[in-house]
Design a protein around this ligand. Structure first.
Ligand code: TXA
Ligand code: MG
Length: 346
């Protein structure tokens, strides 16, 4: 199954669609210029595509919320070139946060830290904290370097929809609202960054993601806490999120087999994201076999959910994934995708 367009197809597309550009030096310079002008630029990161704006320009950041249809009290992550810039954006950095930054940046980790006084309310959602991350994707790094400041960027999807892992996904969702989409092919990790906050200097896991919890605990020398009422709010962690439009259910393999048989008998159109289960010979719906490997599964997940959603089936059935830590972030996204539509999503 094609996960990303070939280089040749990307060139053809960029001629047809002026918004999507191959990440040449000229396109990156243009993107930096557009950001300085207060416009929105979508760019690839190692996790998902981000919808970027100048983090120091509140009007530009407001444009992100308008484009996504996202309520203004949802904070956005500021993307930086390196950990040295932490001191500009955060007024205090606990030692534990420094250790995580040293171990995992550049990479798929977001740290929630007390904000410096100049950080705009529209960036922090009016909270006293700011989300900071140094991405590792070369195009994101080149863009941040060319721009020379922090880039505020949520995932480049409409509020509540599936996060984009290709330039085409961004164009499908946000089209006219972005000045430029830098095309870096499909995102290598495919699900969002891990978010860690610090409450009284205790590390708290707000969202599992690209960096695994066991790797984090190794560096911290202790397990992460679960968020409690005092932890900063992260709306992307609420129950329903990352959802396809088609109702989706998560089922163990045996239940999945039984459900398929039942629905088939009722002539319902079924779209299946399988993992260990083989396609029944008489199955007539859409069947996607997903990887047995957690990283590959994560890489393909959002593109697979989009494909299943586009099938216009009556229902999407997803085979459960293993219970171990390697699958934590995938389990998190699947359980949110399977809860259906809610109005509180990033
Ligand atoms: O991998 C990622 O993190 C991607 C790429 C583009 O960097 N970004 C991303 O952003 O997933 P977004 O906005 O879709 O999700 C960020 C989550 C949201 O749930 C937001 O509420 C939370 O991070 N967040 C951001 N700043 C925060 C803060 N100051 N306090 C608590 N949560 C925060
Ligand atoms: Mg998001």
């Amino acid at each position: 199954m094609p996960r990303s367009r070939s280089p040749r197809q990307r060139v053809v597309d960029s001629v047809v669609n002026k918004r999507i550009a191959a990440p040449t030096a000229a396109a990156i310079a243009r993107a930096a210029h557009l950001l300085r002008d207060g416009l929105l630029v979508a760019f690839p990161t190692e996790t998902v595509y981000g919808l970027g704006a100048d983090a120091a320009n509140p009007d530009a950041v407001r444009g992100i919320f308008a484009a996504k249809g996202r309520p203004a009290d949802h904070p956005v992550i500021v993307h930086l070139g390196d950990a040295m810039q932490l001191a500009h954006w955060a007024r205090a950095v606990p030692d534990a946060a420094m250790n995580l930054a040293a171990a995992f940046w550049p990479g798929p980790l977001t740290l929630i830290l007390p904000r410096a006084s100049h950080v705009a309310d529209i960036v922090t959602g009016g909270q006293d904290s700011v989300g900071l991350r140094v991405p590792s994707h070369p195009v994101a790094r080149e863009l941040i370097a060319a721009f020379g400041g922090g880039i505020a960027a949520p995932s480049a999807n409409r509020f509540g929809r599936i996060s984009p892992t290709t330039a085409q996904h961004v164009d499908d969702d946000l089209g006219n609202s972005v000045a430029l989409i830098l095309d870096g092919g499909s995102c290598p990790i495919g699900i969002e960054s891990t978010i860690v906050a610090f409450s009284d200097d205790r590390p708290v896991l707000l969202r599992p993601g690209g960096v695994g919890v066991s790797a984090l605990s190794r560096v911290l020398g202790r397990p992460l806490d679960e968020p409690d009422a005092s932890a900063p709010r992260a709306s992307g962690t609420l129950a329903a999120h990352y959802a396809p439009r088609t109702p989706a259910s998560l089922l163990a393999p045996d239940m999945l087999r039984a459900e398929i048989t039942q629905l088939d008998e009722r002539d319902e159109i079924v779209a299946v994201l399988a993992r260990t289960l083989a396609r029944p010979a008489d199955f007539t719906g859409v069947w996607l076999p997903a990887s047995l490997d957690a990283s590959q599964y994560a890489h393909d997940l959002y593109a697979n959910l989009r494909t299943l959603d586009a099938a216009n089936a009556d229902v999407i059935l997803i085979e459960r994934v293993p219970d171990d830590d390697a699958w934590l972030a995938v389990r998190d996204r699947l359980s949110r995708a399977a809860r259906g539509v809610d109005d509180d999503r990033d």
